[in-house]
Design a protein around this ligand. Structure first.
Ligand SMILES: *Cc1c(COP(=O)(O)O)cnc(C)c1O
Length: 395
């Protein structure tokens, strides 16, 4: 049955993804089911999206209650759902104001536009450059693709947007050298997740904060993947004892309902005035009811602390495997955003996991990226580790 549908998919859907050859019909917690009724342990969570697991009751209730009242009115009106979500995000972050949109790329677009406009108002036209990191990932729109420091994503899409300076990641001197009179912002991920799970050093992020603060250059942290509890804090910047000026969010923000946002400091957000930036769907009542339910659940049910603990448990388990299998070159990450670098082909290993009924991701060809729902228990981690042991033994 699945094969017929997959053929149809390939006929009718743009060929932009290498998909797993399964048609998914149902999800619950850390598990999903395919059309043939086969169950899979989900260590991918829709690419770091379903942090509370699939079809979480609180999000379902928040969405259905809202759906019975109002889907959409646009930002020409106030809605209770949007006000509530904004208040929750501000109360639990460094920021003062929120702009809502619909995806990670759109959130980074907003951050780029806001940084340019803040600088334009204060310093005039010549100060528009943004320092970005090599090996970064910020999205697929032309501006965010231009900000992305990986040429493989940019091929065939020239001319890209002007105004980005690329410097090596985790290198303080490179940032210092990159800064000029034209610089308005530095933008980075504190974990380059898509780029192979590389974690920024504490001193590096703190030094960037110091330099940018001293020069009124904005620090934008792309938390699209690292935010919403994934690293064992609500936002990953909290690990670094700094406050950024802007963060971008999406992925897990609505636990599967598509939504994005930026949060910023008051003096920065003031650069956006009526008419300067907009989104028809942004902050729509359904989306924002999903945000409130997601963040409240993460906090009220202690799931962020659980993520830190279970992440540690998974890391230790992987570390024991690493002693046994020399092709496991490195284990990196924080919380439940973990990467296993292999010296063998990662895609072949991924296929073995799929055969055994476990879903993982592979990035950069040889880094297995683990992104399970944050609600995952020890039993599921043990299932994963036993399976990894069995699969690695055969390599
Ligand atoms: C996924 C991701 C994006 C892009 O988000 P979309 O919702 O796919 O546009 C941007 N930045 C980071 C760090 C991401 O992980």
């Amino acid at each position: 049955m699945q094969e017929g549908l997959i053929k149809k998919a390939n006929k009718y859907i743009a060929n932009t993804y290498n998909r797993y050859p399964i048609v998914v019909t149902k999800g619950e917690g850390c598990w999903i089911w395919d059309l043939d009724g086969r169950r899979y342990l989900d260590f991918l969570a829709g690419i770091a999206v379903c942090n509370l697991g699939h079809v979480h009751m609180n999000v379902l209730e928040g969405l259905t209650a809202q759906a019975g009242k109002l889907f959409h009115v646009s930002n020409l009106f106030y809605t209770e759902a949007q006000i509530k979500a904004a208040e929750i995000l501000v109360e639990h972050s460094f920021g003062d104001k929120v702009f809502f949109c619909n995806s990670g790329a759109e959130a980074n677009e907003a951050a780029i536009k806001l940084a340019r406009r803040y600088s334009w108002k204060k310093y005039g036209e010549e100060r528009y450059e943004i320092i970005v990191m090599e090996n970064s990932f910020h999205g697929r729109t032309i501006a965010t693709l231009s900000a992305t420091g990986q040429t493989k994503f940019q091929q065939g899409f020239a001319p890209l947007l002007d105004g980005f300076t690329y410097v090596p990641f985790n290198n303080i001197d490179a940032v210092k050298k990159g800064i000029s009179k034209k610089t308005c912002a530095v933008m980075l991920e504190v974990i380059q997740a898509e780029g192979g799970v590389y974690v920024a050093d504490k001193g590096y992020v703190m030094a960037i904060r110091e330099i940018t603060k001293n020069n009124d250059i904005l620090l934008i942290i792309d938390e699209v993947q690292t935010g919403i509890g994934r690293t064992g804090k609500l936002f990953a910047y909290e690990h670094y004892k700094i406050e950024p000026d802007i963060i971008s969010l999406a992925k897990a923000l609505g636990n599967g309902f598509p939504v994005g946002a930026i949060i910023g400091k008051e003096h920065v957000m003031q650069a956006f005035e009526p008419g300067t930036h907009a989104s028809t769907f942004g902050g729509n009542p359904l989306a924002t009811s999903a945000i409130s339910a997601t963040i409240n659940t993460l906090i009220d049910e202690g799931i962020i602390k659980h993520c830190e603990e279970i992440g540690e448990y998974l890391y230790k388990g992987l570390f024991s495997l690493k002693k046994k299998y020399p092709f496991m070159v490195d284990i990196r990450g924080m919380g439940l955003l973990l990467g296993i670098e292999l010296s063998i082909d990662g895609d072949a290993v991924l296929k073995e996991f799929l055969k055994e009924g476990v879903l993982i991701n592979c990035t950069k060809g040889n880094v297995l990226r683990l992104l399970p729902p944050l609600i995952i228990g020890k039993e599921e981690v043990d299932i994963f580790l036993e399976m990894a042991d069995r699969i690695f033994e055969r390599q």
